[in-house]
Structures are given as structure tokens and as C-alpha cells.
Unconditional design. Sequence first.
Length: 693
Amino acid sequence: MSDPVVYSSHGPVAVLRINNPPVNALSVAVRQGLEEGMTRAETEAGIKAVVIVGEGRAFIAGADITEFGKPPMSPALPDLCTRIEASPLVVIASMHGVSLGGGLEVALSAHYRIAQPDARVGLPEVHLGLLPGAGGTQRLPRLAGAEKAIDLCTTGRQVGAEEAQALGILDKVTSGDPQEVGIAYALDLIAANAPRRPVSELPAAAPIDWDATYDGVMKKGRGQISGGAAVRAVQAASELDFTAGMARERELFMDMLASDQSKGMIHAFFNERAVSSLPELKGIAPRPLQTIGVIGGGTMGAGIATAALLAQMQVVLIETGEAQASAARERIEGNLAGALKRGKINQAQYDALTTTALTVAINYDSLADADLVIEAVFEDMAVKKEVFGKLDAVCKPGAILASNTSYLDVDEIAAATSRPADVIGLHFFSPAHVMKLLEVVVADKAAVDVVATGFALGKRLGKISVRAGVCDGFIGNRILAVYRTAADHMVLDGATPYQIDRALTDFGFAMGPFAVADLAGLDIGWMTRKRKAPHRHPAERVPTYIDRLCEQGHFGRKTGEGYYLYEKGRRASVPNPKIPELIAAEQADLKITPRDFTDQEIVTRYMCAMVNEAAKVVEEGIARRPADVDMVLLFGYGFPRFRGGPLKWADLQGLDTVLENIERFAKDDAWFWQPSTLLKTLVAEGRSFDDLN
Ligand code: HSC
Ligand code: NAD
């Protein structure tokens, strides 16, 4: 392996070139290399300036995240930054690609910063449940002011070179080879006799209303704590001298590093990348993908078509009649207009996407050239089979036939064709052009390159793709059905839907289960209950109070009335006064005396139901690994990222505690609370879900 930092000298300028692919993370070897390089430059005769530059696609992407939680290795990054800044030579960072987290902190410890026009900088530690820990919270406010520093530290957003220069982070923006540009800048500085310029010696940032800022950041973080810690660190930069401020930053950083939240978010960081790499797909070439067919242009079909268009694919969408076809086109145009408004595409792109790239037809023959067709018609097996029969007849050999079904058996759908090896499930989430999750449902007979193509499509659409096996609801909807039921049981026993929603949003969920049900449409659950009623076990508790509302034609947000009332155009939801009456009536029928629930008990029951079913999904091989389940919940179901996913949450609680709770709940309802065998085995063996990842 080549040296992680390569030293070279160019007249009076020494260059330290970081070479640690893929993104020049600051591993211990890089830190040592930089320290040695600084010492060498300082001792080599005639050297007046040092340029730090990165090889490959980035300057430095930050601290090496894989080292977190391991024993610290010297030099620590904050000490290295202090050492760089204290050098008697003039130090220049020449930046390209991204300079993130510790990468930007190294640059801030240089005396001058020059960057390429397309360079981007940021302090994304907040996305790992951390705050900048190598002086970022102390040096950045001295350059950009407290408010801007807090913005960067608490949003983690990346800023382009132009904005970074306006913020005082960059001194100069010049295009060219980063090393050459850096050396030229160093020579200019030497010629001008420019002084060393340590940021730590600049005046501290003016104070702001720290408490109000802290409160605002904590509110936005919905339970995440690291943003607030970053505010306090920036406050220290304003109120304390530099050394004391650094000590405060270190203390806050170490607190965050020890928190469950950073463990959850680091788990998410690595696993959102790991889920899509399946060993059996290594070296398997996906089939070509240029033209995508979509059957049905309702909510999902229109969203899927939009996603494919935004990914520069040709789309042919089939509807049942002219009216449905124009409604589908309108939905897609509406979605694309949203993308135009948000600046994701420009007017010329909008025009091209809605004309040459999109065909809406009512004749299946238009699918003759499609490489992959995704069916998104009504959730009805007979309709799906009919559609797949037609696709089988018109699609070219090798075309992949996919279903976006939420619950139905993909093996059975595949069997309705003469080419089951070409059939898979591609389960998108609503709105399909926004939600990041894609479940690639691998039917029994699916060919391996068909699966590889499903993942390739997910990548092209910018999705997090997770492999799922065939069962009722695959990974996500199957688990959802169970934790939703746990919430329903609590309603029967005395908690209100509104208390449950609030307890769970306080826990960090984007929405509570009843607000979600209103959004998805209450008719879906109503139909599912009716479908399952004939096969239901007598011990199963299924509340039906909400069916009374559905019988009156109220299906949630789309009809203006559900668990909540929705005034036209308003999102804010008001509890529906009919709901407590309907619940009370059902409790009276069932002779239930309602009891009080604490928010804590609500969260415990909800989470234990989720974990137990998730464990069964892993145990049955529907999900390959616990982390696959975690990513499904994170990217498809609004699970709080700072908790890492349900099975990471369970690990952090202690699996013995989770199992004890489940066994305690089972005393009252042994049918619902049947502990997963995998969970019991892990507890018996003293292992965690993470051990299986
Ligand atoms: C930090 O810097 C903390 C400091 O403030 C203080 C530390 C002080 C400690 C003091 C103690 C006393 N490390 O995303 P990609 C891997 S926190 C290790 O697919 P892209 C990644 O896992 C850090 N590995 O590529 C993947 O590996 P795989 C703050 C890292 O082009 C591969 O690189 N920085 C890594 O789409 C390619 O990644 C961040 O949070 C890292 N820092 O995006 C930046 N970064 O191939 C996080 C990446 O095996 N990284 N890898 O799957 C990113 O946002 C993106 O990776 C990039 C590249 C935008 C850099
Ligand atoms: P929808 O009712 O909004 O749209 C269905 C569309 O299919 C309608 O426009 C209808 O005209 C069209 N259609 C029906 N039969 C057809 C046929 N034979 N040929 C062509 N078009 C036909 O339904 P949706 O919410 O978009 O759901 C579609 C599928 O996606 C279902 O299988 C559903 O379970 C699944 N799904 C839905 C969601 C969701 O949140 N809505 C999420 C994931 C998956």
C-alpha cells in the first residue's frame, strides 16, 4: 500500500498529499503522516510554506468513522489541528471535492484556504449524532460569526465554494490542478511576505441569544440532542478563551460519542450503504435499463413514472381509458412541476420530460420496447394476474416484469406468466418520487440478474434498496401491521389515538400511526380487515370502531375526515370528536374498563411489538440481516434516524429487557405477544442483533 501522506518539496513549498482512498478519511495513518510531514517541512532547509492537498475525489471527507468507539490512537485529530496551526511555516489548504467534518477542521487550522469552484465544505457531524470535535465549533465562528457557524453545525448542510468564500471560510477560489493551484498560491504568499494567520487568534464571535437558539435547534431536532450540544460549543467559543473553548468542545463531543444517538446514527450511516451490496450479486451484470413501462397511473404509478423521468429514463405509462390516461399525465406533470419549483429541474428539462421522455397510452402494444415494466394497478390478485398475462404477451424477451404490490404473493403473480424467472416485486413507498426506500422482493424463481437489475434501478433512482423475501407485506408492511395492532389494542384498553401519536412523535417518529393511517387512507385497512376476517383466529383482538367511520365514506385526509379533521388546504390536524364516542361504544360492547397509559408504556409496547415481528422477519429469512429491517423502517416508515432502527434500538435497550417486557405483556394476550424464537435465542446466548449484521 502506498503512503497515506506523500511528502514532496517544490522550491520553498512542501506539499503533503493525502492518499487514503476512497475519500481521504483521517485515519490514524493519515494523522501520523500529516504530523510527520509538518515536522519534516519545518526541519528541511529553505521550506517556507506547506500545502495540504488531497489525492482522488475529495480533499478530506472527515474523521475516519470506523475508528469511533475504538481505543483512541495518537495523534488525536484536535491535537493535530493545533499542531498544524502552530507551525512557524505558512500553511495552506488547497481543497477540491468535499472537505467535511474533520476535513474542514484541518483546513481551518491552516493559515490560508484556496479551493476549486466546485468544491464543497460542511460540518455534517450532526448527522452522526455528533458535533465537530477538532476545533470546528471554535474556529468557524471566528471566521463566519456565531449564527452561520451554528447553521452549518446543526444542519450539516454542505456549502459551495462561492458561499464558503462569502462566509470567510475560503480566501480564494481558483480552478486548476489542486496541487498546482496550492503551490502557486503559496509562492504568491511567500513573495508578498504574508504572515501566518492562525484562526484561533482572531477575535471571538459576538454573542447571540444562546438560549433561544438552543431551544430552536432542539425543537427542530425532534428529540435529537447533538444539535443543541453544537450550539453550546459555539457559545463556549464566544465566551471562553480558545483553549478553554477547545476543552468544552472536547467534553461535549465525548458526551455525544458515548450517546445511544450517535451509535444509532453511525449504524444508519454504514448500513444505508451496506444494504444494497448482496454477495450473490457480485459480478452479476444487470440487464440494460433505458425504457421503463408503468401500468396504472394512480398515486403510485404516477410517482414511479416521475422518479424514472427524473433519472433520465424513457417512460411509457399505460392506463385503462382516455380519462384515466389524462388524469395520470396530470399527476406526473404536477409532480414534475413540484420538482421545477424546488429547482431540481429547469423549465427546458420539464418540457423535455413531459413530452419526448413520457408516453401515456391505453394500448399495451406501446410496451414493446420496455426493458422493465412496473405494475401499479389496484391491489387485487385477479386484476394483477390479468395485467401480467397481457405483459407476458406483449413484452420483448428478457424484459423484466415487476409488481409494486404492497402485500400480494409475488410468486403467484409470477406463475401467471410464461417467464417467472423475469418477475420480481419492486415495492415503492408513497410518494414514490420522494421516499427513499425500495423493497426488492425476490420471488422464488427470479433469475439472479433480474434481482441485480432491480438493485441497479434502485440505484439509478437514488433509492436505498433492500432485499425482501415473499410474505404478506414483505419486510415493512408486515411489521407495520403488527405495531399498528399494538397501537389499536392500547386504544381499546384506554389510550387515545392522540396520546399515542404524541408519545410516538415525542419518541422521534415523523408521524404517529393514526396520523399515518389518515394519510394512507383508512379504506386500505378497512379492506384488509374484511379480507382477513374469514381466516381470523378467535383469540385475535381487532378493533372495528374505525370501520363505522369508513362506512360513512370517511377515509382520512383525502376525504377531510378520519382520526383527525382536515380543513381544506390545511395540514394541521384537529382530533375528530366522533372518534372517542366510537371507541367508547366498542369498549362498552366488549365490556372493557378503560385504563390510563403513560407515554413510556405506549412507547414500550409499540416498540416491543415492532422488534418482535422484526425478529421474526429475520428469523424466517424475509430480511437477510437485522440492519436490513432497520433501514426499511428508517427510509420507509419515518423511524427516527437517531435511534438507528428498531433492532438497533432493541440492542441498545438490552435484548433481555425487551424479551422480559414481551413475556409480561403475553400474560394478558398470549396470542398477540408470542416471543420470537430468534429473540429468545439471542438472549439465551447473550448476543445482540448487531452480531448478526
Ligand atoms: C468527524 O469528522 C468528526 C470530527 O469533527 C472530529 C473528530 C475528533 C475526534 C476527537 C476524539 C478526541 N470515514 O458515501 P460513499 C466510506 S465525523 C470512514 O458511498 P459518495 C463509505 O462508508 C465525519 N469511511 O461515496 C463508503 O465505504 P464503502 C464527518 C467513510 O461519493 C465509501 O467511503 N464526515 C467516511 O456517495 C464511499 O462513500 C462525514 O460525515 C468517513 N468519514 O459520498 C462525511 N466517509 O465503499 C461522511 C465515507 O465501503 N461521508 N466513507 O461502502 C459522506 O458524506 C460521503 O461518503 C461523501 C462521499 C460525501 C464523502
Ligand atoms: P390507485 O388506485 O391510486 O391507482 C391505480 C391505478 O391503476 C388507477 O389509476 C387505475 O385506473 C389503474 N388501473 C387499474 N387497472 C388497470 C389496468 N388493468 N391497466 C392499467 N391501469 C389500470 O392505487 P395506488 O395507490 O397507486 O396503488 C397501486 C398499487 O401500488 C397497489 O398494488 C398498491 O397496493 C401499491 N402500493 C400503494 C402504496 C400507497 O401508499 N398508495 C404504496 C406502495 C404500494
